[in-house]
Design a protein around this ligand. Structure first.
Ligand code: PEP
Ligand code: MN
Length: 263
């Protein structure tokens, strides 16, 4: 169902008045996790002011260590809904447990499946029965073929609103957190009609590389970005090192607008 043979024209995922895929370049941004009302609302206003179109923020965090901050859970979802109400920005947040589907889908505009859950088939089948769009992230060790098979789980259960995300894969290279597989974009574009976005934050683990890789994403034909931005990255509960400061995020958005104009 995900293949170009099954459907030739690009899928456009419509979220409120935001279209993802089909030629537009959509930027989703916000903190790794929802930490407090002030942190999230401040982030949301910055995302809006910068001209990005979707707010991200994790309420359920799949952390490597069980001792790390696990997210505010439903309180975090409520804050996302509040931020949406204040700014009009649709929100994307991660679901980690199939049992939480009713809860998460009652608050969010896009369900994110994280890298660690890309082959959580119970979760994929469950969200396949939802009508809420899904942002499916490639796992750190999944091939493109496997990513597409995971998308098939969702599509074949009836949910055709799937966005794919390349967020870096594990390689022998240690200079960056992961290695962005930029070629995944043209390869996926050839194989599938689904929108493909890039996450330069998790791909590199460092805010400094987010801008150059965002340029690459636009140049290579991705349908957008999901970027981590925090009002005070040094105080972030998680992923502070890869989170852009507001000033840098404004710069990124200005530059993307200039590039699109040139292109
Ligand atoms: C995230 O988006 O904060 C996240 C956990 O991403 P990934 O699943 O790609 O590691
Ligand atoms: Mn993160």
């Amino acid at each position: 169902l995900s293949s170009r043979e099954a459907k030739e024209e690009d899928t456009v995922v419509q979220v409120g008045n935001v279209s993802i895929g089909g030629g537009s370049f959509t930027v989703m941004a916000g903190p790794c996790s929802v930490e407090s009302e002030q942190q999230l609302l401040e982030s949301a206003y910055i995302v809006k002011k910068a001209g990005a179109s979707i707010l991200r923020g994790g309420a359920f965090k799949p952390r490597t260590s069980p001792y790390s901050f696990q997210g505010l859970e439903e309180d975090g979802l409520k804050l996302l809904a509040k931020a949406r109400e204040k700014t009009g920005l649709p929100v994307v947040t991660e679901i980690v447990n199939p049992e939480d589907l009713d809860l998460v889908e009652s608050y969010t505009d896009i369900l994110q499946v994280g890298a660690r859950n890309v082959q959580n088939f119970a979760l994929l089948k469950k969200i396949g029965r939802s009508r809420v769009p899904v942002l499916l992230k490639r796992g750190m060790m999944t091939t493109i073929e496997e990513l597409l098979m995971s998308a098939e789980y969702i599509l074949s259960a009836g949910n055709d609103q799937v966005i794919l995300c390349e967020r870096g894969i594990r390689t022998f290279e240690t200079a960056t957190r992961n290695t962005l597989d930029i070629s995944a974009v043209p390869v996926l574009k050839e194989l599938t009609h689904l929108p493909v976005i890039i996450d330069p934050s998790h791909a590199t683990g460092h805010w400094k590389y987010v801008l150059p890789l965002s340029r690459a994403a636009l140049a290579v034909g991705a349908d957008g970005l999901i970027v981590e931005m925090h009002p005070q990255p040094e105080k972030a509960f998680c992923d502070g090192a890869q989170s852009l400061k507001p000033e840098t995020f404004y710069e990124l958005m200005d530059e993307l607008r200039r590039m699109e104009y040139v292109m």
